[in-house]
Design a protein around this ligand. Structure first.
Ligand code: NCD
Ligand code: ZN
Length: 342
């Protein structure tokens, strides 16, 4: 059944967002802050956000950049195996989660974890489980690019079994193997991007190379996309929307060494509405995917906001302040008509 011509999404949340810093932060943060109630903010700055001072100062810079928009930046730290209980207790009130990157796996992740030795990780991960701090994970090995995520699933399972109190969020999953792991462990959760629900590797590299669709993890096969669609459209209770919107300046994308990251934040809600409608998914499942499920999993109550979308073609701009979005200069089906705070 087609959706009504006007639909309302309540308190949208983006559970995986890159807001960057400095000029880029000022150029892009307001866009997310306008149409979302809050977002989990990734810590992969240079240097990464890894101390209490870093996180409070970064949050202040974000709040300054978004001005008077009603938006909660849910802050994260960049995981270091050396984090101990005393440190975690001291920083707990400032953060919503901690993000773990395998060393060197993606943009600005050089200081991440190498080897996943449970005993080495035990002090930090056990304390996080006890303090109720979720662990967000970029789950890829250093293997062959199409196999990296599937190869990481045994690591997710090892961590989930070793730390049963720890909530582990498999970030931006792209494979049927990760989807299958969700139901094997009570403490495994996932975020899914909008682009991985739409594209496969064919869209990135099957014809002319499309740098603005290149990201980590790389888009996979049609059967992987099917598995992702099934849990997103079906509002699986452990699956949340996280855009992984990752802006890079045009010159860093349109270059012989293209930076990884797709910029979707300004069109994510419109695209998701179009996608859920196209697949005949109930509107309430979209509402769960973009907010309610994340509230349940993280135990957060975002500021109230209603985003009213109307069925009216929207031509996606060529650029937002120097950053090229997905679907630049193409038409999408929905337009944001109004945003009501409160
Ligand atoms: C992200 C970035 O640019 O910070 N890039 C990406 O391709 N998704 C990092 C990340 O989340 O992997
Ligand atoms: Zn990311």
């Amino acid at each position: 059944m087609p959706y009504p011509d006007t639909i309302t999404l309540t308190n949208p949340l983006d559970m995986h967002l890159h807001l960057r810093d400095g000029e880029m932060l000022h150029n892009i943060a307001k866009g997310s802050a306008k149409s979302f109630s809050g977002a989990i903010i990734m810590p992969n700055l240079v240097p990464p956000v890894s101390t209490k001072e870093d996180v409070t100062a970064y949050k202040a810079r974000i709040l300054e950049a978004i001005g008077d928009e009603r938006f909660t930046p849910y802050m994260t730290l960049f995981f270091k195996p050396g984090y101990d209980r005393t440190f975690l207790e001291s920083v707990k009130e400032e953060i919503t989660a901690i993000k773990l990157y395998p060393a060197g796996i993606t943009t600005n992740s050089e200081g991440g974890v190498s080897g996943f030795d449970v005993e080495e990780l035990r002090p930090a991960l056990e304390a996080m489980g006890e303090l109720g701090i979720p662990l967000c994970v970029h789950g890829e090995t250093n293997g062959f690019v199409m196999d990296r995520e599937a190869e990481f699933v045994p690591i997710y399972e090892k961590l989930a079994a070793a730390f049963p109190k720890l909530k582990i969020i498999m970030e931006h999953i792209t494979t049927k193997e990760s989807v299958a792991a969700l139901d094997r462990f009570e403490n495994l959760y996932a975020t899914i991007t909008v682009h991985h629900l739409i594209i496969t590797l064919d869209d990135v590299a099957g014809g002319m190379l499309r740098p603005h669709l290149f990201c980590k993890p790389i888009a996979k096969r049609p059967e992987d996309r099917e598995a992702l669609l099934k849990v997103a459209l079906g509002a699986h209770p452990k699956v949340m929307f996280g855009s992984d919107s990752a802006p890079h300046p045009r010159h860093a994308k349109e270059s012989c060494g293209c930076a990884a990251g797709v910029f979707t934040a300004p069109i994510a809600l419109q695209l998701l509405t179009q996608l859920f409608e196209h697949h005949g998914a109930p509107l309430e499942n979209l509402q769960k995917f973009i907010s309610n499920t994340a509230q349940n999993i993280y135990g957060i109550t975002p500021p109230k906001k209603r985003v009213i979308l109307e069925r009216k073609p929207f031509t996606v701009p060529q650029e937002y302040n120097g950053v090229v979005p997905m679907y630049a200069e193409e038409n999408i089906d929905y337009t944001i008509k109004e945003i009501i705070n409160g």
